[in-house]
Design a protein around this ligand. Sequence first.
Ligand code: SF4
Length: 434
Amino acid sequence: MNLPFRAPNSGPGRGCTDQTTLKQRGQHEVFCGLTGIVWLHRKIENAFFLIVGSRTCAHLMQSAAGVMIFAEPRFGTAIIDERDLAGLADIDDELDGVVNKLLQRRPDIELLFLVGSCPSEVIKIDLKRAAQRLSKIHTPKVRVLNYSGSGIETTFTQGEDACLAALAADAPVDHTATTDTLLVVGALADVVEDQFRRMFATMGLKNVAFLPAKRAADMPTIGPRTRYILAQPFLGDTARVLEDRGAKRIIAPFPLGAEGTTAWLKAAADAFGVDDAEFTAATEAGHRRALIALAAHRDAMQGKRIFFFPDSQLEIPLARFVHEELGMRLVEVGTPYLHRAHLSEELARLPSGTFLSEGQDVDRQLDRCRAEDPDLVVCGLGLANPLEAEGFTTKWSIELVFTPIQGYDQAGDLARLFSRPLDRRTRLGGLLCN
Ligand code: SF4
């Protein structure tokens, strides 16, 4: 049996739990929350995301989502332009018309999201009221919800948080349940969700649900017998709504890598009284596969210095993973927003003294990065190209959100996302020297 790899200064202490962070409130570089539609529209099969926005929003979505892989698209943009701002059109009527046409043409849609954006014309529209009005018209065939994907929010993953919070607020509350349900919260690739379902079933857990569900009609009920576990670290609003409705959070790290996945599964198993033998039977083989996959990358990664710019809110769990499971050294770990309660288990596993920063003052952070000269920089698309031009090796943080990275069988892919840019740089260096 392979023993779990441990980086030299990781261990069971309190790590960065009480670490002070550098708080920055300067200029920052982020995508907007509309980006979440790129992965959410793949996840919920019979939902449609109608962005109420400008031409800029439509262009962003077309380029971010790339080639449509479905016979029928699952998102579109109702463009509200200056004509509406001048009051020449009745926006409510126009929106109703667009929705009616869409639903007539697409009888497969059962859940429609009106997604707000940040142009001033759109901010003036009461999308909540519009969603309630349209829901009444189209019930019971179609539910209409709204959320904001606006670029005014902190970061692009807040789009998913806002979407799931809307779903959680809409879910029926069940006060009659007599047994606990495990609710896994956060959009996961289907392949990952299926792996987790199988492992929970092997542990003997029967009532397991996911938010979001794959189909609109299968969205879970919520109530005092719901024990939820976050699969993504950026779901603060969703968690708040779930708790307002009686659900209780299972304290856990996030399911990244061999150790993160084991600790996440163990937290769920313990909450449901799964005994150690059943837990080991369900997880041992996966854990071993993950360790083998990670070992293939460790030699190349061990001791390499990594700098995280704030972008996705995945930074803290990723830093834990690259340090604890690949032996990388953390130069700075920046995150757009640090939710200490949700990240408590990850912070405890970071080496004490790690430089943590929250928010951004991009010029100052770039100066720190240049001064430290790390081997690898994880950052948003806007910073990656200029940094590459300066000779840094970069990884786009958004790729870590688009790619299935959770669970045992994705641990090797996750490690590869970090090792590939370093490998490419080494090869390029070799070519230039020859
Ligand atoms: S929501 Fe705002 S930031 Fe996002 S594409 Fe539209 S205009 Fe740009």
